[in-house]
Design a protein around this ligand. Structure first.
Ligand SMILES: Cc1cc2nc3c(=O)[nH]c(=O)nc-3n(C[C@H](O)[C@H](O)[C@H](O)COP(=O)(O)O)c2cc1C
Length: 169
């Protein structure tokens, strides 16, 4: 699958077949994340791979749009390390780029995933903090629920020429 196809065929997948994801695939997803662009190349991220079903099943108790984690093979929590930040709130864009890279790599591998927003929702941040024992300088940003797809999404191209402007508004 080339890059354009990986981008245009990516859709949020929330239903999964129960099947473990190989260590090689997990390593590839993390490699794709850590090769994302970041402000001044600050790379402020950390990633927590969660494959313990007991931990995954606790997350919907403080995240009301995360039921799919009950069936996910694993989740990856993308975190910001405040100690590594050099460019203030640019970390949000860095962690977003890393998150999207994982989504695209997931799709290219024939896996399925959905981005679950954590930051800036206080109850989700404190829920993840308590559940995973995060130190104070670590900010949980996004959670990716990942598995082998058990649903197929119809693809409509969202390109909209009215949102494109040339040289001025
Ligand atoms: C910042 C962000 C937060 C999101 N949070 C959730 C979430 O909590 N639960 C969920 O099921 N989907 C979540 N999504 C996925 C969106 O619902 C999804 O991307 C959107 O409906 C477009 O559909 P698509 O991903 O299939 O193109 C989130 C996406 C983003 C970018």
């Amino acid at each position: 699958m080339d890059a354009m196809e990986a981008i245009l065929t990516r859709r949020s997948i929330r239903k999964y077949i129960k099947k473990p994801i190989s260590e090689k695939d997990i390593a590839d997803l993390l490699e794709s994340a850590m090769n994302a662009p970041s402000a001044g190349n600050e790379q402020p991220w950390h990633f927590i791979v969660i494959n313990d079903p007991k931990i995954l099943k606790k997350i919907p108790s403080f995240h009301n749009h995360a039921q799919m984690l009950n069936d996910a093979s694993l989740a990856i929590l993308v975190c910001n390390d405040k100690q590594l930040e050099k460019h203030g709130e640019m970390w949000i864009q860095d962690c977003s780029a890393a998150t999207e890279n994982i989504l695209l790599a997931v799709n290219a591998k024939g896996l399925g995933a959905v981005w679950l927003g954590i930051y800036p929702r206080e109850e989700r941040i404190s829920g993840m903090r308590k559940l995973l024992d995060l130190p104070e300088y670590i900010v949980p940003f996004s959670l990716l629920s990942i598995g082998y797809p058990a649903e197929k999404k119809s693809l409509t191209n969202r390109y909209d020429a009215s949102r494109v402007h040339q040289n001025k508004w």
